[in-house]
Design a binder for this molecule. Structure first.
Ligand SMILES: Cc1cc2nc3c(=O)[nH]c(=O)nc-3n(C[C@H](O)[C@H](O)[C@H](O)COP(=O)(O)OP(=O)(O)OC[C@H]3O[C@@H](n4cnc5c(N)ncnc54)[C@H](O)[C@@H]3O)c2cc1C
Length: 373
């Protein structure tokens, strides 16, 4: 069983870093966030070297559910309560605009059928009603939905993509714009002389660390503010018995699935079933979570096709659900800790971090940043 559903696009390999090199900026982490940062840095005219411990999109960025949802990790009404109505609505609009940007840059990889939040219980149906009211009163597009999938909310404008194909496309764009990328180049230290791997050193004026899960491993000063968790998924062969035109979020966001155009399903979630064991940086799928996903697949979703892939990856959670987006050491910026939803916010903060590096500060970065706890 190969590892993920998404590995169906051509890939190019990039040599490991060897020896000393120089650039204006070194970006650590070649997922969607780091690669978006690199593209923006090149657009701003700065020279960039990007490093990844493994390969392009090898982390959560290439191994996730492929949802492109507007908003923060919390549902909008909860976000409004936590962060204030105006701030939550402003951040929501920024993520909507970022989905438009993602679509414009890689149009062939993105579909925008909207997304569904389907209630799994009467309590969740009532919560969907609260979300509907909060979104409507803030002028955000949303509709009540009742259909074959169940009852809940339809959010127009949301969509899906193949996350690994997107990372590979971004890497191609970065190379075309003149960036240098190195795979198999784990960063083991960042100090005033630059960014160190076991075989090389990048001398640079600034560093952007764009790593979601395990961010605290590389930047120990963030321990206690960001915590690594494992998220798991499975996928099936094409299943003609079921039809899901839109990606679905259900059971308070714990479970989520989408059906690709060839009919195959990607289903993730059940982190609550795994309990405390999921606070780990191990990325092996586990029996309890995979069994729970399979029950969901067979009993609720009604799919009969065989399971073809099972996988997991690391993400970072913060206490308040807002990302890490700040200068953590002089000239070292960190973005990550997206609390399970980094496809859109990671891209947005990748661009914001590039501007912060180029100009010394960026309002967008400050608008999102998690407050130290
Ligand atoms: C199963 C699953 C499902 C998810 N579903 C969704 C979804 O549907 N929608 C959504 O928005 N979000 C989803 N997420 C979250 C989302 O995938 C992540 O928040 C996002 O992809 C993070 O991307 P990134 O580029 O910031 O970081 P990462 O993907 O974490 O990339 C970091 C890169 O840094 C590299 N790296 C790490 N340490 C070092 C080091 N020391 N030196 C050099 N390189 C290093 C890694 O190899 C990796 O390639 C999901 C996550 C998982 C795991």
């Amino acid at each position: 069983m190969s590892s993920t559903l998404w590995d169906d696009s051509p890939t190019k390999s990039h040599a490991a870093l060897s020896g000393d090199v120089s650039a204006d900026v070194c970006v650590v982490g070649l997922g969607g966030s780091g690669l978006t940062c690199i593209v923006e840095l090149r657009t701003l005219g700065l020279s960039v070297v990007g490093l990844d411990a493994s390969a392009i999109g090898a982390g959560a960025a290439g191994r996730n559910g492929g949802f492109l949802l507007a908003g923060l990790a919390a549902f909008h009404h909860d976000a409004a309560e936590r962060y204030g109505r105006e701030r939550a609505a402003a951040l929501y609009r920024l993520t909507q605009a970022e989905i438009d940007r993602i679509t414009a840059l890689t149009p062939k990889l993105v579909r925008r059928p909207g997304s569904l939040r389907i209630a799994d219980s009467p309590e969740e149906r009532a919560d969907c009603r609260h979300q509907l009211e909060a979104m409507r009163s803030d002028g955000l597009a949303v509709e009540w939905y009742a259909g074959p999938e169940g009852e809940g909310l339809l959010v127009p404008g949301d969509g899906t993509f193949n996350p690994l194909a997107r990372c590979r496309a971004l890497a191609d764009i970065a190379i075309e714009l003149g960036a240098t990328l190195h795979e198999r180049s784990r960063v083991i230290g960042i100090d005033s002389s630059g960014v160190h791997t076991s075989d090389g050193l990048v001398h640079c004026r600034s560093v952007v660390v764009a790593v979601d899960g395990r961010l605290e491993r590389l930047l120990p000063e963030l321990s206690g503010r960001v915590r690594t968790a494992r998220l798991q998924m499975l996928a099936t062969a094409p299943d003609p018995q079921v039809s899901f035109p839109r990606p679905i979020y259900s059971r308070w966001g714990y479970d989520y699935w989408q059906q690709r155009q060839d009919g195959s399903l990607a289903l993730g979630g059940a982190r609550d079933v795994g309990g405390d064991a999921e606070w780990t940086d191990d990325v092996s799928p586990t029996d309890p979570v995979q069994r729970a996903l399979e029950r969901r697949l067979r009993e609720t979703i009604g799919a009969r096709a065989p399971v073809t892939h099972r996988w997991a990856a690391s993400v970072g959670y913060t206490a308040d659900g807002l990302p890490i987006a700040e200068q953590v050491r002089p000239k070292v910026w960190a973005i990550g800790g997206y609390s399970g939803t980094g496809n859109v916010i990671g891209a947005l903060l990748g661009r914001a971090a590039a501007r912060a590096v180029a100009r010394g500060d960026d309002a967008l970065l400050r608008a999102f940043a998690s407050t130290p706890v």
